[in-house]
Design a binder for this molecule. Structure first.
Ligand code: COA
Length: 366
């Protein structure tokens, strides 16, 4: 080790290029998000999550793709049945993925087939947990439905409204992949040790569980609930900003332009307006919030971020807010597993250096 250690160090690895990827480009300056070159807006408008997942796994845009939810082994149902009703849904999902790994023993290197099977398994597991905690029995997957529609079906037992299914599918497209975020990096570190895909995804779920990574949409819902109605929004926002608080769903560290995911989800949410009054209020409150924030923070461009319309869509399709983070995890399975395939294809164990700042060498007390 050099003495003193003068090697470059960036807390949080901020600005450090820690890999190469063909999967997504996150362009904060221009407000662009591309999956393998395709803009997120086009993917939402003209594609489905099944197509996007295949694109991420294989590199090719399939003209058609079908990805139904997978079957649940008895052992997984028994595990979920044994969890207390107050279990955090992310904990239930992480445990189910871990058991899936123990039962199916996916081998290194990870394959697209494993990625498909795990991405299809998790919605069934989360839906089963959501029903079991409410005293209802799990519902078998419907092979004819794609993942988002199938998840809604397995939650409620009813065939979902096509507009709701389409909206959740669009949310899954938007949530599928986003560069070297913390959970994706976690998955890549784990797979780089030649560990298995289930371990990588279980670890990624653990990283996503942290509130500063995956928790904001739930807060957006609480905020609108506190406002009560759009009439109260202006007063509520002025008072909150006056107390030095942040308005959830606005502002972004990376995106200087309008978050392209928010643009895509806004048009999805607007089409859902007939489904829930809540969405109409969310759209009204956005306009008020943008106007008031521009007035109160003239030195800072504050635009709507993805979480605002993620909350609108998830609420609009009828999901309970405490399922939002785990539902995000279902979408991100595509990106996590695609990153694992990419990492394994040109693997180098991820093992960075650390600067030692402890005591110099010394002897134990006599
Ligand atoms: N509501 C009110 N004011 C906000 C704001 C928001 N959502 N976002 C930024 N600001 C203000 C800050 O108060 C600060 O004002 P000041 O200069 O008068 O003190 C100014 O804008 C700059 O804030 P800063 O923290 O430097 O901005 P940032 O770009 O680093 O922050 C976020 C990015 C996401 C952390 C921030 O916008 C935020 O907390 N948003 C709300 C939480 C949220 O929606 N998170 C999900 C992100 S996808």
């Amino acid at each position: 080790m050099p003495d003193p250690d003068t090697r470059a160090y960036s807390p949080g690895l901020e600005g450090v290029v820690a890999g190469e990827t063909e999967l997504s480009l996150v362009d904060g300056e221009q407000g662009r998000l591309l999956y393998r070159g395709y803009p997120i807006g086009q993917l939402v408008e003209r594609g489905t999550f099944a197509q996007v997942a295949e694109l991420l796994w294989s590199g090719e845009w399939p003209t058609q793709a079908h990805l139904p939810a997978g079957p649940l082994p008895e052992e997984v149902i028994a595990l979920l049945r044994g969890l207390p009703a107050e279990t955090v849904p992310m904990d239930a999902l992480r445990s189910a993925v871990s058991l899936w790994g123990a039962l199916t023993r996916p081998q290194w290197p990870p394959t697209a087939e494993q990625a498909r099977a795990l991405t299809a398994f998790s919605p069934s597991a989360l839906a089963a947990f959501a029903r079991l905690r409410g005293g209802q029995e799990p519902i078998e997957p419907d092979e004819s439905l794609d993942l988002a529609a199938g998840f809604l079906y397995q939650l409620t037992g009813e065939r979902p409204d096509p507009a709701a299914a389409r909206a959740l599918d669009a949310y899954f497209v938007v949530g599928a992949e986003h560069g070297f975020n913390a959970s994706t990096f976690t998955a890549r570190v784990i797979i780089s040790t030649r560990s298995d895909l289930a371990s990588a995804v279980a670890g990624a779920i653990g990283a996503l569980k942290g509130p500063i990574h995956g928790g904001a949409p739930t807060e957006v819902v609480n905020q609108l609930h506190e406002m009560g109605s759009a009439d109260q929004a202006e007063r509520w926002i002025r008072e909150a900003v006056g107390r030095g608080e942040r308005i959830m769903g606005f502002g972004h560290r990376v995106y200087r332009a309008y978050d392209p995911r928010a643009v895509a989800l806004r048009s999805v949410a607007e089409r859902l307006t007939g489904v829930a009054d809540w969405l109409a209020m969310a759209v009204q409150v956005e306009d008020i919030a943008l106007r008031v924030l521009a007035e109160l923070k003239p030195h800072r461009v504050i635009k709507t971020n993805v979480e605002y319309y993620a909350a609108a869509v998830l609420q609009g399709v009828g999901l309970p807010p405490d399922l939002f983070p785990a539902t995000f995890a279902l979408a991100r399975h595509a990106g996590w597993t695609a990153n694992c395939l990419e990492q394994a294809a040109a693997n180098r164990l991820i093992r960075p250096a650390v600067r030692y700042v402890g005591p110099a060498e010394r002897s134990l007390p006599a």
